[in-house]
Design a protein around this ligand. Structure first.
Ligand code: AMP
Length: 280
């Protein structure tokens, strides 16, 4: 695996690969890699000739300084597991390399998508996500961008950014990898203590419970799931059912595909998850 720290070196190398007709798949991450990340690398390896993974803890997408400081960083371990995953290229830039001084941020017109759920509870978060991915796509120019369904709203936001900025890349969305008890794999899980780790699986239990409550009015099903989460010690930011295509928040079950989305704190650790419900 080749490792690059400078964007110019990386893009020169990728230009050579492209001139040899290699297709490039790109997996952006913030590191502290787990099997969820590796499922994206694996999908890229299968679909593309060369896979580029980036590890960059992007400061502009954190709306909470303490969260940024506490974000797990395990770069040496990450390099070892990437070597074993068949990843071809790793990009690990410093902050200055991505955000040179005096660079004016672009404003992305995300509209409704930025006003709900993660957008509502993490102001500015999606602007930061779009900014970093826009910059990375300009450097890497991949044919395919591999994203996890775990960050459902982020996938929709990045799809919009790609259209707004005219990037020639297609998004491939990969299903959420879970631990044996259903907890969605996440770098932040490393910060859970033993007691929190046991309770954390209740987030998936709540999603499943809602999924099985189709015979109850949606608002009652939601209330039951919220009670389950608060009894387990969660402080819930949101638990909503939305139209899976538009993210319009629903108050009644629909026949169209729906998605249940949740964000909740255990202590100071914020977990998110979602479950897609097929249309009837
Ligand atoms: P992150 O490092 O958390 O920014 O995530 C990098 C990419 O991995 C994003 O596209 C995430 O949606 C994806 N991802 C994170 N957790 C999982 C998971 N449990 N299963 C599949 N993909 C994931």
């Amino acid at each position: 695996m080749k490792i690059f720290k400078l964007k110019e070196d990386l893009s020169n190398h990728l230009n050579i690969l492209r001139s040899q007709n290699s297709s490039i798949g790109f997996v952006p991450t913030m590191g502290a890699l787990h099997d969820g990340h590796l499922s994206l690398i694996k999908a890229s390896n299968q679909q593309c000739d060369k896979t580029v993974c980036s590890i960059f803890v992007n400061p502009t997408q954190f709306n909470n300084t303490a969260d940024l400081e506490k974000y797990p960083r395990t770069i040496e371990h990450d390099i070892v597991i990437l070597e074993n995953s068949g990843c071809d290229i790793l990009f690990i830039p410093e902050v200055d390399e991505i955000y040179p001084n005096n660079e004016q941020p672009v404003h992305y017109e995300l509209g409704f998508l930025e006003t709900i759920l993660e957008g509502e509870f993490r102001p500015g978060h999606f602007q930061g996500v779009c900014r970093v991915v826009d910059i990375l796509l300009n450097i890497i120019n991949p044919s395919f961008l591999f994203l996890g369904q775990k960050d459902y709203q982020q996938c929709m936001v990045l799809k919009k950014m790609i259209t707004l900025r005219n990037h020639h890349t297609s998004i491939v969305t990969i299903p959420t990898m879970r631990e044996a008890d259903g907890l969605a794999m996440s770098s932040r899980n490393m910060r859970l203590n033993t007691d929190q780790r046991i309770k954390a699986s209740k987030i998936y239990v709540a999603l499943q419970k809602m999924n099985q409550s189709g015979s109850l009015p949606l608002l009652i099903a939601k209330k039951q799931a919220l009670t389950l989460l608060s009894d387990a010690g969660f402080l819930v930011d949101y638990l909503e059912v939305a139209n899976a295509n538009t993210l319009e928040i629903l108050t009644e079950w629909e026949k169209t595909p729906m998605v249940i989305l949740v964000a909740a704190y255990l202590g100071d650790i914020r977990l998110i998850d979602n479950l897609i419900l097929p249309g009837i």
